[in-house]
Design a protein around this ligand. Structure first.
Ligand code: AMP
Length: 763
């Protein structure tokens, strides 16, 4: 049989704890094993404890409680013989009555006994809780405590000092009059002894205000030292014993939860959890899961708490729904918030109205922000366009136009960037008409369905920009039916844009040289007219325009043809204005190889005769159908101008003239045109005719064409043959009749016989 040795040297005073103390954790109802009493006097005895030694009401012998019902009120204790009474049983602790060791000095020099106390729970499921403290009260005395667990012995002690009552400060248990030390962990027995440090003779000094010394183990927080009053109290032990309990930890068995769970007889029932004891001797106890209550050791386990019925513990000011282990408490319909707090629910704003309000607010903010954004963007765009205008030479243009008397700009339209983007389908590839030296030309359709050509610079270096402006300034000065008309410009983009009348029928170059492209072959009549129109335009530029304008890049690619094959001079990017009174300017040599005036090339002196030279090359092209420069020809024939002159000189011209031209032109026309071309190609500018002279000669030649040669049978014969084989002329253009400028061309002056011979001996 397990032995319980519970020995109190001093008679313990049994103290009943008041109901207001916080130890009551479990309800008395249904806590004892069915059929067993659950109370002994004021003490509730829940299972695994049980009333009655070997009554089978507890979980095991160590948990039996002896209830002495002969006393009033009945007293609960560990055994029948035990003096110690059980005061309170809770989840993992148990509180018992206390015993205080005391030593009181009597006036006769002796002292009362009661110096030792011991307690032993070896082989019981109890250990001394750490919430206990070892306390000594007295002056110049000491006490010690020897204790131990199964595995070790531990001792601790406390000394108290004081000479006068003033040495002692109430409330402080720190050595003067009162001393406290901690209880070692996991001890299940202890013994205390009290001794004095005073010699018997000295005793009178302190004993006058401290007749007794006390030592006890008890719950720390329930004892409060009252200084000199306690030192002078000869019955302090009687006050401590009922009020300061000893706290014991208890646990079931000596296995951990995991180990116990694996074996039969595991104590924790449904809806409870097992908690390991922290004691050296191990063991466990059970507690109900959250939301459940009852005795976790008794079947069927802990029961769900119906929180909705216990408004005091679980307040709910809305709709309460109890669930297993918890509950929900929601605000009533139409309200929202925290229903567990009084006044926590607020009336809901109807979602529709709220979302409508929020939506409108959001929309207003959005609109406001967008307006601000677009305003800022527009301001930025305006600034950017201003910058571009300046950067693209808008100011330069304005200045130039001012110095030129401001002509032209009035008839010119200033286009919006967007207008031109839309017109060219954002500068689509398939809208490209051609690429020139200083930009790409796009075909565009304006909102009024007017078709235009839009020139957009590719690069934007200073020279490029100046060329654009130059072209614009020159074109604003010009109003001629054979010069491409500038309709307007746009300088607000990163590259300046020029808008021209659209000339639909490609370049003269393509009509002469690109026969494979499906273009019809140009008749001689048309060639002569085109030459005449082009010469007229150049003559106008040289003399009739407000200032003399030298084109500087006359070539067949810069002569455009419209639907009716009317010639239009284009690309004034390289052109120069020559101030009145000057007939030449010095410039950096610019032009196209094959067309470039050798004199200008060597001297850098630009005169209107440089354009005459280039025009001479165009005439040669019209006559021969050959390219101005061709690597396919032998070296000395590579340059058409030289080739043409050489052929002329060697009287082999007929050999290089285009077959169709020879067939279609009259001998006079041929000879005169070739002669004119040769004069235009003269190495010395001063020996070249002026463009005006060239225009007059061509005009005469065109008229001559209208009056065929008579009296030359052979020629007529050939002529009739030629007429048969002649392709139908693309169209007949009336002569630009100008009798003032019409020069005399007599048939006799043409040396026709020679030419005829050459015609009869084709290449
Ligand atoms: P440019 O930069 O002036 O030499 O022009 C380059 C090419 O664009 C020319 O060779 C033509 O094929 C074409 N082009 C220029 N201006 C016009 C226009 N006004 N109408 C039609 N095509 C043009």
């Amino acid at each position: 049989m397990k032995t319980l040795v519970l020995m109190w040297v001093l008679l313990p005073m049994l103290i009943s704890f008041t109901a207001s103390e916080t130890y009551t954790l479990i309800n008395a109802t249904n806590l004892a094993k069915p059929g067993c009493p659950s109370r002994c006097g004021d003490v509730i005895v829940p299972y695994p404890f049980g009333i009655g030694i070997n009554s089978n009401c507890s979980i095991g012998p160590g948990f039996d409680v002896y209830c002495n019902t002969s006393l009033d009120p009945p007293k609960a204790s560990f055994t029948k013989a035990s003096y110690t009474s059980i005061k309170l049983i809770s989840d993992s602790t148990l509180r018992t009555s206390n015993s205080v060791a005391s030593r009181c000095y009597l006036p006769n020099g002796t002292f009362s006994s009661g110096l030792r106390i011991s307690m032993d729970f070896t082989n019981w499921p109890y250990t001394l809780s750490e919430v206990n403290k070892f306390t000594v009260i007295g002056c110049n005395d000491y006490a010690w405590l020897t204790s131990g667990s199964k595995s070790r012995n531990i001792s601790t002690g406390c000394m108290v000092f004081c000479s006068t009552p003033e040495d002692v400060v109430g409330d402080q248990c720190s050595g003067n009059g009162c001393c406290q030390s901690s209880i070692p962990e996991d001890i299940n027995y202890y013994r205390t002894r009290l001794r004095t440090m005073q010699k018997s003779g000295d005793m009178s000094n302190t004993r006058t205000f401290n007749p007794c010394t006390y030592a006890f183990v008890g719950e720390e927080n329930t004892f409060k030292f009252n200084g000199a009053t306690d030192l002078n109290d000869t019955s302090l032990n009687k006050k401590i014993e009922p009020n300061v309990p000893i706290v014991l930890d208890w646990a079931i068995g000596n296995l951990s939860c995991i180990e116990a769970k694996a074996l039969d007889g595991f104590a924790c029932q449904l809806n409870s959890k097992c908690v390991n004891s922290t004691r050296e001797t191990r063991g466990y106890h059970c507690i109900c899961d959250e939301g459940y209550e009852g005795n976790p050791y008794l079947s069927p386990g802990c029961q769900d708490i119906n929180e909705c019925k216990d408004k005091e513990r679980f307040p709910c000011y809305g709709t309460c729904v109890n669930n297993g282990g918890n509950y929900t408490c929601k605000c009533k319909q139409g309200y929202s918030g925290d229903a567990k707090i009084q006044g926590g629910c607020r009336r809901k704003i109807p979602i529709l109205r709220l979302s409508l309000g929020m939506g409108l607010g959001f929309l207003a903010i959005l609109i406001g922000l967008s307006v601000l954004y677009f305003m800022a963007k527009k301001r930025k765009l305006v600034k950017l366009r201003e910058n571009f205008f300046e950067q693209n030479g808008g100011v330069l243009l304005q200045d130039k136009l001012k110095t030129k008397g401001g002509v032209g700009i009035g008839s010119m339209k200033i286009f919006q960037v967007e207008e031109l983007e839309e017109a060219t389908k954002n500068y689509a590839e398939d809208r490209i008409l051609g690429k020139g030296g200083n930009g790409i030309v796009y075909k565009g359709t304006l909102p009024d369905k007017c078709i235009v050509a839009i020139k957009k610079s590719q690069r934007l270096d200073q020279g490029q920009r100046e060329q654009f402006i130059n072209e614009m300034v020159i074109l604003t000065q010009i109003n001629h039916q054979n010069v491409v008309q500038l309709l307007g410009c746009c300088l607000e983009t990163d590259v300046p844009l020029l808008v021209y009348e659209y000339v639909s029928n490609d370049t003269l170059d393509r009509h002469i040289h690109n026969q494979t492209s499906g273009l019809g072959r140009l008749s001689w009549k048309n060639r002569l007219r085109i030459a005449h129109e082009s010469a007229g335009a150049l003559a106008y530029l040289h003399t009739d325009a407000r200032m003399s304008i030298i084109h500087r890049d006359v070539k067949s690619t810069n002569i455009l043809l419209d639907d009716s094959y009317t010639a239009k001079i284009a690309d004034f990017g390289a052109s120069r204005l020559v101030p009145l009174g000057h007939d030449q300017v010095t410039t950096l040599v610019q032009g196209t190889l094959g067309y470039l005036d050798p004199e200008y090339f060597h001297t850098g002196q630009l005169t209107d005769k440089s354009d005459v030279y280039s025009f001479g090359v165009v005439l040669a092209e019209l006559l021969t159908g050959k390219k101005p420069l061709s690597a396919e020809r032998c070296l000395e024939e590579r340059n058409l101008a030289t080739y043409f002159l050489k052929a002329m000189k060697e009287n082999k011209l007929l050999g290089i003239l285009e077959h169709q031209v020879v067939n279609e032109a009259t001998n006079e026309q041929l000879k005169a045109t070739c002669d004119l071309a040769c004069r235009c190609l003269n190495q010395l500018g001063e020996n070249r005719p002026s463009m005006k002279e060239v225009t007059m000669e061509l005009e005469t030649l065109r008229k001559f064409h209208k009056h065929p040669w008579d009296g030359q049978d052979k020629y007529n014969e050939m002529s009739s043959i030629m007429v048969e084989s002649e392709q139908v002329d693309l169209y007949n253009v009336p002569l630009i009749a100008n009798s003032d400028t019409f020069g005399e061309y007599s048939s006799s002056s043409m040396g026709m016989k020679d030419v005829m011979l050459q015609v009869q001996n084709p290449r």
